[in-house]
Design a binder for this molecule. Structure first.
Ligand code: ADP
Ligand code: GN1
Ligand code: MG
Length: 361
């Protein structure tokens, strides 16, 4: 993983329209992809500085174009500045700055008096996150999809993710496949499931919508006092997708009883109460946008995103941990195991999950 020096951060900041004197710029947040820093200024105003991960986002200017268009659309609907991400432009009016080392930087206003949680601290927090992500889809329902770049092609193409996973197993470049034979077998047994949502789409049951595609609890901000939904952040992966995958990715991350990288699997379960409250909030947030058939496929979305994420962590482990940031040996394998445990738990709770979504149609 790259190390970004303090000098690189400060040099990049000089290019942005920040009038106050900068006091500090420190690593911030728990994202797995970008390098994020909080910028403190003399007057007290804070900013978020990010170096976009260009290994992951190969065309950062296209990412920025999507973000400009989507935030412009959202700010026509939401007038409160804490409810929409707000880019700070460079002195020459650009949304990002590429430095001499090839790092691509952007700056946002810091959303103050807010909370960003790795796990919900109660049902209400999760409900609020659901409202935020549901509302996000509602606000963008009439956004011209053709104007969006595919920032990561095939991002939630689960059948393709499965094929990539099999290729990684066969290549086994780090010699790790043997020790994860159980996990590989678990995934192989679910090969046919991987194409279920694509088939539903082909049959016309599941429409393509403008989706967020990375709907983790720590990609939404809550008001620190009221604990109500403020806004959705991490807008890099906004692309056409399935609503049930946005729902499902939130479940895999936030409806778990433990952290994504918990080592003790006896602590990892999918909490049906959290599943229920999120389904309620998400459907409400979407405000009548979702058809009954889409709602019925929400459990499939939850299992799909969890299985897909488990495959992605295992693929990265097999390929030598080059995609997701890791902070210990075996980190991606630990993450894979929590996801597969959650998939197994969802399968035992399947009928209850189905009944829960049925009651919200
Ligand atoms: P990554 O793609 O690496 O996940 P994010 O854009 O999600 O990066 O940012 C990482 C973390 O930084 C978030 O989880 C959140 O805690 C914090 N963050 C990002 N943008 C803002 C913002 N505008 N205001 C306050 N905190 C933010
Ligand atoms: C990454 O960027 P972050 O940490 O919000 C990843 C998601 C994964 C998630 C797993 C662009 O999300 O797809 O589901 O990690 N983002 C990208 O925690 O690959
Ligand atoms: Mg994030």
């Amino acid at each position: 993983m790259r190390k970004i020096s303090e000098a690189q951060r400060f040099n990049s900041l000089e290019h942005f329209k920040i009038n106050e004197r900068i006091i500090s710029c420190q690593p911030y947040g728990n994202g797995h992809i970008n390098d994020t820093f909080v910028v403190n200024t003399e007057g007290g105003k804070r900013y978020i500085l990010q170096a976009i991960n260009t290994q992951v986002f190969k065309a950062p200017l296209e990412v920025m174009s999507n973000i400009q268009k989507v935030t412009a659309h959202l700010s026509c609907i939401e007038k409160d500045s804490r409810r929409v991400m707000s880019l700070v432009y460079t002195e020459d009016g650009k949304p990002c700055h590429t430095d001499k080392d090839g790092l691509c930087w952007r700056v946002y206003d810091f959303i103050e008096d807010s909370l960003c949680l790795d796990l919900p601290e109660g049902l209400e927090d999760f409900y609020e996150a659901a409202i935020a992500f549901g509302r996000f889809q509602r606000y963008l329902y009439d956004f011209p999809v053709g104007e969006l770049y595919d920032t990561i092609p095939d991002f939630h193409n689960t059948p393709k993710r499965y094929n990539d996973f099999i290729s990684a197993v066969e290549a086994d470049i780090c010699g790790r496949a043997k020790e994860v034979a159980c996990e590989i077998e678990f995934i192989k047994q679910r090969k046919d499931f991987c194409s279920l949502l694509y088939k539903a789409h082909e049959k016309g049951v599941l429409p393509l919508r403008v989706t967020h595609n990375d709907t983790k609890m720590n990609n939404v901000m809550l008001d620190a006092k009221a604990r109500t939904a403020l806004c959705v952040i991490d807008l890099d992966t906004i692309m056409p997708g399935f609503s049930v995958n946005d729902f499902g990715d939130s479940i895999r991350f936030g409806a778990s009883t433990a952290a994504e990288d918990e080592k003790d699997l006896s602590k990892v379960w999918m909490d049906l109460r959290l599943f229920d409250i999120y389904a309620k909030g998400f459907i409400e947030g979407c405000g009548g946008l979702l058809a009954g058939d889409e709602i019925l496929l929400m459990p499939e979305g939850a299992k799909m995103m969890t299985l897909e994420c488990g495959m992605r962590f295992l693929t990265d482990y097999l390929q030598g941990d080059t995609y997701f940031k890791t902070s210990r040996p075996g980190h991606n394998l630990d993450r894979c195991r929590t996801q597969l445990k959650l998939v197994a738990d969802m399968e035992t709770k399947w009928d209850e999950m189905k009944k829960i979504v049925e009651k919200y149609i």
